[in-house]
Design a protein around this ligand. Structure first.
Ligand code: G4P
Ligand code: MN
Length: 178
């Protein structure tokens, strides 16, 4: 690959998500989420492994755009492909089944993929608290919190800092919504 892998991944993700917006009132560009997840890893989780950071930037490209795993492997190699596949839901399945599989599969993910999963949930949970997706009821927010907690409980043991952030988010939410 020419240049710096992290910048290559940021540019690739920005191009792929170009027409996508977040579902909140600001309708922020979707790439903000990809960069933000990567930054949670570097700035808060002390993660510096390049494959992990590249995969974090690319983590929603296959799930949400026309990107294929073959394309990811050709540009970023087999390790990044594997990590992205570990954090990609199979969109051909029913939503309920996809959500169940995330809980079931999390404990068996690689340590690198567990860190990306934790950072993804940290970003989305903070977003939900600060600026919830349009149309989400209190009940839907609560269900997302409780589901995310089950997924991230299966990611324990690979990054104490990210775990502590998640525990803080859940404790704060439950104290306000007993
Ligand atoms: N909190 C929040 N989420 C938004 C927003 N806009 C888009 N999303 C995305 O929506 C997903 C969460 O919504 P759900 O209804 O639970 O999931 P679904 O897209 O799989 O149906 C997340 O996908 P994901 O990143 O793939 O993670 P995951 O939740 O599927 O693990 C998140 O990135 C927003 O404004 N706020
Ligand atoms: Mn995501």
């Amino acid at each position: 690959m020419s240049g710096n892998a992290i910048i290559e991944a940021a540019d690739f993700a920005a191009t792929k998500h170009v027409n996508q917006r977040r579902m909140n009132a600001e309708q922020a560009p979707y790439i903000n989420h990809c960069i933000g997840v990567c930054r949670v890893l570097t700035a808060e989780g002390n993660v510096d492994d390049t494959d992990t950071l590249v995969a974090a930037l690319l983590h929603d490209t296959v799930e949400d755009t026309d990107t294929t795993f073959e394309e990811i492997e050709a540009r970023f190699g087999p390790t990044v492909r594997k990590l992205v596949s570990e954090v990609t839901d199979d969109k051909t399945l029913e939503k309920k089944e996809r959500k169940r599989l995330q809980i079931e599969k999390a404990p068996f993910a690689s340590d690198q993929a567990k860190r990306i999963k934790m950072a993804d949930k940290i970003y989305n949970l903070r977003d939900i608290v600060k600026s919830p997706p349009l149309g989400w009821s209190e009940q839907r927010i609560k269900e997302y919190m409780e589901w995310a907690q089950k997924v991230t409980n299966g990611c324990r043991g690979v990054n104490d800092k990210l775990e502590a952030i998640l525990d803080g988010i859940y404790a704060d939410f439950h104290s306000k919504h007993p």
